[in-house]
Design a protein around this ligand. Structure first.
Ligand code: G6P
Length: 490
Protein backbone atom coordinates (compact mmCIF):
# COMPACT_ATOMS: atom_id res chain seq x y z
CA UNK A 1 0.00 0.00 0.00
CA UNK A 2 2.79 2.32 0.97
CA UNK A 3 4.54 1.58 -2.33
CA UNK A 4 1.39 2.42 -4.26
CA UNK A 5 0.92 5.63 -2.33
CA UNK A 6 4.49 6.80 -2.72
CA UNK A 7 4.52 6.06 -6.40
CA UNK A 8 1.08 7.18 -7.39
CA UNK A 9 1.37 8.73 -10.82
CA UNK A 10 5.10 8.05 -11.12
CA UNK A 11 6.56 5.60 -13.57
CA UNK A 12 8.89 3.02 -12.02
CA UNK A 13 11.64 1.40 -14.03
CA UNK A 14 13.95 -1.23 -12.55
CA UNK A 15 17.23 -1.93 -14.31
CA UNK A 16 19.46 -4.90 -13.49
CA UNK A 17 21.73 -7.27 -15.28
CA UNK A 18 19.97 -10.40 -14.03
CA UNK A 19 16.51 -11.15 -15.42
CA UNK A 20 13.88 -12.38 -12.95
CA UNK A 21 12.67 -15.13 -15.33
CA UNK A 22 14.66 -17.22 -17.77
CA UNK A 23 12.80 -18.57 -20.79
CA UNK A 24 14.28 -21.48 -22.70
CA UNK A 25 12.97 -23.78 -25.39
CA UNK A 26 12.50 -27.45 -24.50
CA UNK A 27 11.09 -29.31 -27.45
CA UNK A 28 7.78 -27.68 -28.24
CA UNK A 29 7.42 -25.95 -24.92
CA UNK A 30 9.04 -22.89 -23.40
CA UNK A 31 10.46 -23.57 -19.95
CA UNK A 32 10.52 -20.79 -17.37
CA UNK A 33 13.08 -20.77 -14.54
CA UNK A 34 13.70 -18.42 -11.66
CA UNK A 35 17.43 -17.79 -11.30
CA UNK A 36 19.34 -18.01 -8.00
CA UNK A 37 20.03 -14.36 -7.22
CA UNK A 38 19.57 -12.41 -4.01
CA UNK A 39 18.83 -9.38 -6.14
CA UNK A 40 15.92 -11.09 -7.88
CA UNK A 41 14.59 -12.53 -4.60
CA UNK A 42 14.37 -9.02 -3.17
CA UNK A 43 13.32 -6.89 -6.12
CA UNK A 44 10.67 -9.18 -7.62
CA UNK A 45 8.06 -8.78 -4.82
CA UNK A 46 8.55 -5.00 -5.01
CA UNK A 47 7.93 -5.01 -8.75
CA UNK A 48 4.86 -7.18 -8.32
CA UNK A 49 3.54 -4.60 -5.88
CA UNK A 50 4.18 -1.50 -7.96
CA UNK A 51 4.06 -2.84 -11.56
CA UNK A 52 6.14 -0.83 -14.03
CA UNK A 53 8.91 -2.16 -16.28
CA UNK A 54 12.00 -4.22 -15.45
CA UNK A 55 14.84 -3.90 -17.96
CA UNK A 56 17.39 -6.75 -17.81
CA UNK A 57 20.02 -8.60 -19.81
CA UNK A 58 18.43 -11.65 -21.46
CA UNK A 59 21.34 -13.70 -20.21
CA UNK A 60 20.02 -17.07 -19.16
CA UNK A 61 17.81 -17.47 -22.19
CA UNK A 62 19.94 -19.91 -24.09
CA UNK A 63 18.49 -19.88 -27.55
CA UNK A 64 17.95 -16.31 -28.55
CA UNK A 65 15.79 -17.11 -31.56
CA UNK A 66 13.17 -18.88 -29.54
CA UNK A 67 13.04 -16.17 -26.92
CA UNK A 68 13.29 -13.17 -29.21
CA UNK A 69 9.54 -13.17 -29.17
CA UNK A 70 9.88 -12.69 -25.44
CA UNK A 71 11.85 -9.46 -25.46
CA UNK A 72 8.88 -7.78 -23.86
CA UNK A 73 6.74 -10.04 -21.71
CA UNK A 74 4.30 -9.75 -18.88
CA UNK A 75 5.56 -11.59 -15.80
CA UNK A 76 5.18 -13.59 -13.58
CA UNK A 77 3.94 -15.96 -16.29
CA UNK A 78 1.06 -17.28 -14.19
CA UNK A 79 -0.28 -13.82 -13.26
CA UNK A 80 1.41 -10.92 -15.08
CA UNK A 81 1.95 -7.91 -12.82
CA UNK A 82 4.72 -6.00 -14.59
CA UNK A 83 6.64 -5.95 -17.87
CA UNK A 84 10.02 -7.56 -18.43
CA UNK A 85 11.98 -5.86 -21.21
CA UNK A 86 15.13 -7.69 -22.27
CA UNK A 87 18.40 -6.43 -23.70
CA UNK A 88 20.25 -8.95 -25.85
CA UNK A 89 24.03 -9.01 -25.88
CA UNK A 90 26.43 -10.69 -28.27
CA UNK A 91 28.87 -13.27 -26.90
CA UNK A 92 31.66 -10.72 -27.09
CA UNK A 93 29.67 -8.04 -25.28
CA UNK A 94 28.65 -10.48 -22.56
CA UNK A 95 32.20 -11.64 -22.17
CA UNK A 96 33.61 -8.15 -21.65
CA UNK A 97 30.79 -6.49 -19.72
CA UNK A 98 29.37 -9.34 -17.59
CA UNK A 99 32.08 -11.98 -17.23
CA UNK A 100 35.00 -9.57 -17.56
CA UNK A 101 34.73 -6.19 -15.88
CA UNK A 102 31.71 -7.00 -13.65
CA UNK A 103 32.61 -10.51 -12.49
CA UNK A 104 36.39 -10.76 -12.83
CA UNK A 105 36.96 -7.12 -11.88
CA UNK A 106 34.35 -5.54 -9.60
CA UNK A 107 33.05 -8.73 -7.94
CA UNK A 108 36.38 -9.87 -6.41
CA UNK A 109 37.44 -6.23 -5.90
CA UNK A 110 34.44 -5.50 -3.68
CA UNK A 111 34.37 -8.84 -1.84
CA UNK A 112 38.07 -9.01 -0.96
CA UNK A 113 37.84 -12.81 -0.96
CA UNK A 114 41.48 -13.37 -1.91
CA UNK A 115 40.76 -13.83 -5.58
CA UNK A 116 42.77 -11.38 -7.58
CA UNK A 117 40.62 -8.95 -9.57
CA UNK A 118 41.43 -8.83 -13.28
CA UNK A 119 41.13 -5.57 -15.22
CA UNK A 120 41.34 -5.58 -19.03
CA UNK A 121 40.85 -2.53 -21.24
CA UNK A 122 38.65 -4.50 -23.63
CA UNK A 123 36.33 -5.57 -20.83
CA UNK A 124 36.10 -2.00 -19.64
CA UNK A 125 35.17 -0.78 -23.12
CA UNK A 126 32.36 -3.34 -23.31
CA UNK A 127 31.24 -2.38 -19.83
CA UNK A 128 31.00 1.28 -20.87
CA UNK A 129 29.16 0.39 -24.10
CA UNK A 130 26.65 -1.90 -22.40
CA UNK A 131 25.94 0.59 -19.62
CA UNK A 132 25.15 3.08 -22.40
CA UNK A 133 22.90 0.49 -24.04
CA UNK A 134 20.93 0.14 -20.80
CA UNK A 135 20.69 3.93 -20.58
CA UNK A 136 19.23 4.05 -24.10
CA UNK A 137 16.66 1.46 -23.08
CA UNK A 138 15.71 3.51 -20.02
CA UNK A 139 15.22 6.60 -22.18
CA UNK A 140 13.15 4.62 -24.66
CA UNK A 141 10.97 3.12 -21.92
CA UNK A 142 10.47 6.41 -20.07
CA UNK A 143 6.98 7.79 -20.58
CA UNK A 144 7.71 11.07 -18.76
CA UNK A 145 10.84 13.16 -18.27
CA UNK A 146 10.93 12.35 -14.56
CA UNK A 147 10.57 8.59 -14.01
CA UNK A 148 11.77 6.86 -10.86
CA UNK A 149 14.56 4.53 -11.97
CA UNK A 150 15.82 1.79 -9.65
CA UNK A 151 19.32 0.79 -10.78
CA UNK A 152 20.59 -2.50 -9.38
CA UNK A 153 24.14 -3.53 -8.61
CA UNK A 154 27.71 -3.48 -9.77
CA UNK A 155 27.04 -4.38 -13.40
CA UNK A 156 25.57 -0.93 -13.92
CA UNK A 157 27.83 1.50 -12.05
CA UNK A 158 27.96 3.95 -14.97
CA UNK A 159 24.25 3.87 -15.72
CA UNK A 160 23.20 6.50 -13.11
CA UNK A 161 25.51 9.07 -14.72
CA UNK A 162 24.16 8.34 -18.20
CA UNK A 163 20.55 8.55 -17.03
CA UNK A 164 21.26 11.83 -15.27
CA UNK A 165 22.71 13.29 -18.49
CA UNK A 166 19.76 12.17 -20.64
CA UNK A 167 16.90 12.69 -18.15
CA UNK A 168 18.04 15.34 -15.65
CA UNK A 169 14.68 15.30 -13.84
CA UNK A 170 14.64 11.54 -13.27
CA UNK A 171 15.01 10.25 -9.73
CA UNK A 172 17.71 7.59 -9.82
CA UNK A 173 17.87 5.23 -6.86
CA UNK A 174 20.89 2.97 -7.12
CA UNK A 175 21.29 -0.03 -4.87
CA UNK A 176 24.69 -1.71 -4.55
CA UNK A 177 23.95 -5.31 -3.55
CA UNK A 178 27.53 -6.28 -2.73
CA UNK A 179 30.01 -4.89 -0.18
CA UNK A 180 31.98 -1.71 -0.77
CA UNK A 181 35.66 -2.07 0.18
CA UNK A 182 37.98 0.47 1.80
CA UNK A 183 39.61 3.21 -0.36
CA UNK A 184 42.99 1.41 -0.60
CA UNK A 185 41.40 -1.78 -1.91
CA UNK A 186 39.10 0.01 -4.33
CA UNK A 187 41.94 2.21 -5.53
CA UNK A 188 43.54 -0.56 -7.59
CA UNK A 189 40.69 -0.29 -10.12
CA UNK A 190 42.20 1.47 -13.15
CA UNK A 191 38.91 3.26 -13.84
CA UNK A 192 38.07 4.14 -10.25
CA UNK A 193 37.23 7.80 -10.98
CA UNK A 194 34.88 6.88 -13.83
CA UNK A 195 33.09 4.26 -11.71
CA UNK A 196 32.65 6.68 -8.80
CA UNK A 197 31.48 9.51 -11.06
CA UNK A 198 28.96 7.20 -12.73
CA UNK A 199 27.54 6.15 -9.36
CA UNK A 200 27.26 9.77 -8.27
CA UNK A 201 24.69 10.28 -11.02
CA UNK A 202 22.29 8.72 -8.46
CA UNK A 203 19.85 10.76 -6.42
CA UNK A 204 20.06 8.11 -3.72
CA UNK A 205 22.82 5.54 -3.44
CA UNK A 206 22.02 2.63 -1.14
CA UNK A 207 24.22 0.02 0.51
CA UNK A 208 23.29 -2.73 2.99
CA UNK A 209 25.21 -1.41 6.00
CA UNK A 210 26.46 1.93 7.39
CA UNK A 211 29.95 0.45 7.16
CA UNK A 212 29.71 0.10 3.36
CA UNK A 213 28.37 3.69 3.15
CA UNK A 214 31.33 4.91 5.17
CA UNK A 215 33.77 3.02 2.94
CA UNK A 216 32.14 4.52 -0.16
CA UNK A 217 32.23 8.08 1.17
CA UNK A 218 35.88 7.67 2.15
CA UNK A 219 36.66 6.30 -1.31
CA UNK A 220 35.02 9.29 -2.98
CA UNK A 221 36.86 11.61 -0.62
CA UNK A 222 40.17 10.00 -1.60
CA UNK A 223 39.78 10.00 -5.37
CA UNK A 224 37.35 12.76 -6.43
CA UNK A 225 36.96 16.50 -5.92
CA UNK A 226 33.62 16.68 -4.13
CA UNK A 227 31.94 18.34 -1.18
CA UNK A 228 30.89 15.84 1.48
CA UNK A 229 28.34 16.68 4.17
CA UNK A 230 28.81 13.99 6.79
CA UNK A 231 25.86 15.17 8.85
CA UNK A 232 23.33 14.57 6.07
CA UNK A 233 25.42 11.86 4.36
CA UNK A 234 25.35 13.69 1.04
CA UNK A 235 27.99 14.15 -1.64
CA UNK A 236 27.90 17.13 -3.94
CA UNK A 237 29.64 16.60 -7.26
CA UNK A 238 29.37 18.68 -10.45
CA UNK A 239 26.40 20.57 -9.02
CA UNK A 240 24.49 17.38 -8.27
CA UNK A 241 23.65 15.98 -4.84
CA UNK A 242 23.72 12.28 -3.97
CA UNK A 243 22.43 10.94 -0.69
CA UNK A 244 24.36 7.88 0.52
CA UNK A 245 22.31 5.77 2.92
CA UNK A 246 22.09 2.23 4.27
CA UNK A 247 18.99 0.19 3.46
CA UNK A 248 19.40 -3.41 4.63
CA UNK A 249 17.71 -5.59 2.04
CA UNK A 250 15.27 -8.29 3.03
CA UNK A 251 12.70 -10.78 1.78
CA UNK A 252 8.98 -11.04 1.32
CA UNK A 253 6.94 -11.57 4.48
CA UNK A 254 4.89 -13.67 4.89
CA UNK A 255 6.78 -16.10 2.72
CA UNK A 256 5.13 -16.71 -0.68
CA UNK A 257 4.58 -20.35 0.28
CA UNK A 258 2.97 -19.65 3.63
CA UNK A 259 -0.43 -20.92 2.49
CA UNK A 260 0.51 -23.83 0.26
CA UNK A 261 3.60 -25.35 1.85
CA UNK A 262 3.74 -28.83 3.36
CA UNK A 263 4.09 -29.12 7.13
CA UNK A 264 7.55 -29.18 8.70
CA UNK A 265 7.03 -32.83 9.68
CA UNK A 266 6.14 -33.78 6.13
CA UNK A 267 9.17 -31.91 4.72
CA UNK A 268 11.45 -33.55 7.29
CA UNK A 269 10.10 -37.00 6.46
CA UNK A 270 10.17 -36.54 2.71
CA UNK A 271 13.74 -35.24 2.56
CA UNK A 272 15.14 -37.85 4.92
CA UNK A 273 13.47 -40.65 3.04
CA UNK A 274 14.66 -39.31 -0.33
CA UNK A 275 18.22 -39.45 1.04
CA UNK A 276 17.71 -42.85 2.59
CA UNK A 277 18.49 -41.61 6.09
CA UNK A 278 16.60 -42.46 9.25
CA UNK A 279 14.01 -40.18 10.83
CA UNK A 280 16.34 -39.49 13.76
CA UNK A 281 19.26 -38.36 11.63
CA UNK A 282 20.03 -34.68 12.09
CA UNK A 283 20.15 -32.61 8.89
CA UNK A 284 22.09 -29.46 8.02
CA UNK A 285 21.52 -27.34 4.94
CA UNK A 286 23.59 -24.89 2.92
CA UNK A 287 22.09 -23.03 -0.06
CA UNK A 288 24.33 -20.91 -2.25
CA UNK A 289 25.38 -20.12 -5.73
CA UNK A 290 28.58 -22.08 -6.38
CA UNK A 291 30.69 -19.00 -5.71
CA UNK A 292 34.10 -18.66 -4.06
CA UNK A 293 32.80 -15.89 -1.78
CA UNK A 294 30.33 -18.22 -0.06
CA UNK A 295 32.78 -20.11 2.17
CA UNK A 296 31.61 -23.56 1.02
CA UNK A 297 35.05 -25.19 1.45
CA UNK A 298 35.36 -23.71 4.94
CA UNK A 299 31.88 -25.05 5.74
CA UNK A 300 32.86 -28.58 4.68
CA UNK A 301 36.07 -28.39 6.72
CA UNK A 302 33.96 -27.36 9.70
CA UNK A 303 31.64 -30.36 9.18
CA UNK A 304 34.68 -32.61 9.03
CA UNK A 305 36.19 -31.10 12.18
CA UNK A 306 32.86 -31.37 13.99
CA UNK A 307 32.73 -35.10 13.22
CA UNK A 308 36.29 -35.48 14.49
CA UNK A 309 35.51 -33.66 17.72
CA UNK A 310 32.11 -35.30 18.24
CA UNK A 311 32.33 -38.82 16.80
CA UNK A 312 28.97 -39.71 18.36
CA UNK A 313 27.45 -37.77 15.45
CA UNK A 314 29.11 -39.95 12.81
CA UNK A 315 26.21 -41.72 11.10
CA UNK A 316 23.72 -39.36 12.79
CA UNK A 317 24.22 -36.08 10.89
CA UNK A 318 23.98 -35.34 7.17
CA UNK A 319 24.85 -32.01 5.64
CA UNK A 320 23.12 -31.18 2.36
CA UNK A 321 24.75 -28.55 0.19
CA UNK A 322 22.63 -27.11 -2.60
CA UNK A 323 24.81 -25.14 -4.99
CA UNK A 324 23.44 -23.41 -8.06
CA UNK A 325 26.00 -23.30 -10.89
CA UNK A 326 26.89 -19.70 -11.71
CA UNK A 327 29.26 -17.79 -14.05
CA UNK A 328 30.51 -21.18 -15.21
CA UNK A 329 32.44 -19.74 -18.17
CA UNK A 330 35.02 -18.25 -15.78
CA UNK A 331 38.15 -20.16 -14.74
CA UNK A 332 37.86 -19.17 -11.09
CA UNK A 333 34.37 -20.68 -10.95
CA UNK A 334 35.41 -23.86 -12.76
CA UNK A 335 38.33 -24.32 -10.37
CA UNK A 336 36.10 -23.69 -7.42
CA UNK A 337 33.58 -26.26 -8.65
CA UNK A 338 36.38 -28.86 -8.88
CA UNK A 339 37.66 -28.01 -5.39
CA UNK A 340 34.21 -28.29 -3.82
CA UNK A 341 33.55 -31.67 -5.46
CA UNK A 342 36.97 -33.01 -4.50
CA UNK A 343 36.67 -31.91 -0.88
CA UNK A 344 33.18 -33.41 -0.52
CA UNK A 345 34.43 -36.67 -2.02
CA UNK A 346 37.43 -36.78 0.34
CA UNK A 347 35.35 -36.15 3.46
CA UNK A 348 32.70 -38.65 2.40
CA UNK A 349 35.36 -41.27 1.72
CA UNK A 350 36.84 -40.72 5.14
CA UNK A 351 33.59 -41.05 7.12
CA UNK A 352 31.03 -42.87 4.99
CA UNK A 353 29.50 -46.15 6.11
CA UNK A 354 27.55 -48.59 3.95
CA UNK A 355 24.32 -46.69 4.53
CA UNK A 356 25.39 -43.13 5.32
CA UNK A 357 27.60 -40.29 4.13
CA UNK A 358 28.15 -36.96 5.87
CA UNK A 359 27.91 -34.67 2.82
CA UNK A 360 25.30 -34.60 0.08
CA UNK A 361 26.32 -32.24 -2.69
CA UNK A 362 23.67 -31.11 -5.17
CA UNK A 363 25.24 -28.89 -7.80
CA UNK A 364 22.17 -28.00 -9.84
CA UNK A 365 19.42 -25.45 -10.09
CA UNK A 366 16.61 -25.76 -7.54
CA UNK A 367 13.37 -23.80 -7.74
CA UNK A 368 12.65 -21.66 -4.65
CA UNK A 369 9.70 -23.81 -3.48
CA UNK A 370 11.98 -26.82 -3.34
CA UNK A 371 14.65 -24.90 -1.41
CA UNK A 372 11.93 -23.93 1.05
CA UNK A 373 11.21 -27.63 1.71
CA UNK A 374 14.88 -28.20 2.58
CA UNK A 375 14.85 -25.22 4.94
CA UNK A 376 11.84 -26.67 6.73
CA UNK A 377 13.44 -30.09 7.02
CA UNK A 378 16.82 -28.93 8.33
CA UNK A 379 17.88 -28.76 11.99
CA UNK A 380 20.56 -26.25 11.15
CA UNK A 381 21.31 -23.88 8.28
CA UNK A 382 24.91 -22.85 7.66
CA UNK A 383 25.74 -19.51 6.01
CA UNK A 384 29.51 -19.12 6.08
CA UNK A 385 30.25 -16.48 3.43
CA UNK A 386 33.77 -15.07 3.51
CA UNK A 387 32.18 -11.71 2.71
CA UNK A 388 28.62 -10.95 1.65
CA UNK A 389 26.60 -7.76 1.19
CA UNK A 390 23.56 -9.13 3.06
CA UNK A 391 22.92 -12.85 2.33
CA UNK A 392 19.22 -13.55 1.99
CA UNK A 393 19.53 -17.31 2.55
CA UNK A 394 19.90 -16.54 6.27
CA UNK A 395 16.63 -14.59 6.22
CA UNK A 396 14.86 -17.17 4.06
CA UNK A 397 15.73 -19.95 6.51
CA UNK A 398 14.32 -17.92 9.39
CA UNK A 399 11.17 -17.10 7.40
CA UNK A 400 10.65 -20.78 6.52
CA UNK A 401 10.60 -21.85 10.19
CA UNK A 402 7.11 -20.92 11.34
CA UNK A 403 7.48 -23.82 13.81
CA UNK A 404 10.19 -21.73 15.55
CA UNK A 405 12.66 -24.61 15.42
CA UNK A 406 16.08 -24.95 13.86
CA UNK A 407 19.28 -22.97 14.35
CA UNK A 408 21.29 -20.66 12.13
CA UNK A 409 25.09 -20.63 11.97
CA UNK A 410 25.99 -17.30 10.36
CA UNK A 411 29.22 -15.71 9.19
CA UNK A 412 30.05 -12.47 10.93
CA UNK A 413 31.15 -11.12 7.54
CA UNK A 414 27.62 -10.94 6.13
CA UNK A 415 25.32 -7.93 6.28
CA UNK A 416 22.76 -10.28 7.85
CA UNK A 417 24.99 -10.69 10.93
CA UNK A 418 24.36 -7.02 11.73
CA UNK A 419 20.66 -7.81 12.11
CA UNK A 420 20.28 -11.47 13.13
CA UNK A 421 22.02 -11.25 16.48
CA UNK A 422 20.47 -14.47 17.76
CA UNK A 423 22.20 -16.57 15.12
CA UNK A 424 25.37 -18.41 16.14
CA UNK A 425 27.89 -15.99 14.68
CA UNK A 426 31.20 -17.37 13.44
CA UNK A 427 34.35 -16.35 11.65
CA UNK A 428 34.26 -18.86 8.77
CA UNK A 429 38.05 -18.76 8.45
CA UNK A 430 38.18 -20.17 12.02
CA UNK A 431 37.33 -23.79 11.30
CA UNK A 432 37.46 -24.94 14.94
CA UNK A 433 35.05 -22.20 16.01
CA UNK A 434 32.65 -22.93 13.14
CA UNK A 435 32.76 -26.66 13.95
CA UNK A 436 31.85 -25.95 17.57
CA UNK A 437 29.04 -23.60 16.54
CA UNK A 438 27.66 -26.33 14.28
CA UNK A 439 27.75 -28.77 17.18
CA UNK A 440 26.12 -26.23 19.50
CA UNK A 441 23.35 -25.77 16.92
CA UNK A 442 22.78 -29.53 16.71
CA UNK A 443 22.45 -30.03 20.45
CA UNK A 444 20.63 -26.76 21.17
CA UNK A 445 17.70 -27.29 23.55
CA UNK A 446 14.28 -26.76 22.04
CA UNK A 447 13.41 -23.74 24.20
CA UNK A 448 16.60 -21.97 23.11
CA UNK A 449 15.90 -22.67 19.44
CA UNK A 450 12.45 -21.17 19.93
CA UNK A 451 13.68 -18.04 21.64
CA UNK A 452 16.37 -17.36 19.09
CA UNK A 453 14.12 -18.16 16.15
CA UNK A 454 11.23 -16.09 17.49
CA UNK A 455 13.40 -13.05 17.85
CA UNK A 456 14.99 -13.44 14.38
CA UNK A 457 11.57 -13.99 12.82
CA UNK A 458 10.25 -10.80 14.39
CA UNK A 459 13.13 -8.89 12.83
CA UNK A 460 12.62 -10.32 9.33
CA UNK A 461 8.88 -9.78 9.63
CA UNK A 462 9.23 -6.12 10.67
CA UNK A 463 12.10 -5.29 8.32
CA UNK A 464 10.84 -7.13 5.26
CA UNK A 465 11.57 -6.24 1.65
CA UNK A 466 8.61 -3.86 1.39
CA UNK A 467 10.13 -1.85 4.19
CA UNK A 468 13.46 -1.84 2.32
CA UNK A 469 11.89 -0.48 -0.86
CA UNK A 470 9.44 1.72 1.04
CA UNK A 471 12.21 3.53 2.91
CA UNK A 472 14.12 4.25 -0.29
CA UNK A 473 11.02 5.42 -2.10
CA UNK A 474 9.93 7.63 0.80
CA UNK A 475 13.36 9.26 0.81
CA UNK A 476 13.08 9.68 -2.96
CA UNK A 477 9.58 11.17 -2.69
CA UNK A 478 10.86 13.74 -0.19
CA UNK A 479 13.73 14.71 -2.48
CA UNK A 480 11.38 14.94 -5.48
CA UNK A 481 9.03 17.22 -3.59
CA UNK A 482 11.90 19.43 -2.51
CA UNK A 483 13.26 19.63 -6.07
CA UNK A 484 9.84 20.46 -7.50
CA UNK A 485 9.34 23.18 -4.93
CA UNK A 486 12.80 24.60 -5.61
CA UNK A 487 12.06 24.67 -9.36
CA UNK A 488 8.74 26.49 -8.74
CA UNK A 489 10.15 29.18 -6.51
CA UNK A 490 13.21 29.49 -8.72
C1 G6P B 1 24.70 -11.57 -6.48
C2 G6P B 1 24.70 -10.24 -7.19
C3 G6P B 1 23.52 -10.14 -8.13
C4 G6P B 1 23.49 -11.34 -9.06
C5 G6P B 1 23.53 -12.64 -8.25
C6 G6P B 1 23.57 -13.87 -9.14
O1 G6P B 1 23.61 -11.66 -5.62
O2 G6P B 1 24.68 -9.20 -6.26
O3 G6P B 1 23.62 -8.98 -8.92
O4 G6P B 1 22.35 -11.35 -9.89
O5 G6P B 1 24.66 -12.62 -7.41
O6 G6P B 1 24.68 -13.83 -9.99
P1 G6P B 1 24.52 -13.89 -11.56
O7 G6P B 1 25.87 -13.55 -12.10
O8 G6P B 1 24.06 -15.28 -11.85
O9 G6P B 1 23.47 -12.88 -11.93
Amino acid sequence: KLLHKELSGDQVLVVSNREPYIHSQEGETIRVQRPASGLVTAVEPVMKACSGTWIAHGSGSADRQTVDAHDRVGVPPEKPAYTLRRIWLSREEESGYYYGFANEGLWPLCHIAHVRPVFRSNDWQQYVAINRRFADAVVREAKTDDPVVLVQDYHLALLPGYIRAALPKATVITFWHIPWPNPESFGICPWREEVLQGMLGSTILGFHTPFHCKNFIETVDRYLETRIEHESSTISHNGKLTMVESYPISIQWPSPWQESQASVEECAREIRSSLGIGPDCLVGIGVDRLDYTKGILERFWAVERMLELHPELVGRFTFIQIAAPTRTALDDYQNFDAQVRALAARINKRFATASWQPLVLRIEHHEPEEVNRYYRAADVCMVTSLHDGMNLVAKEYVAARDDERGALVLSQFTGAAHELHEALLVNPYHIEQTAEALHEALVMPEYEQRERMRSMRALVRDFNVYRWAGRMLLDAARIRQREKLAARIG
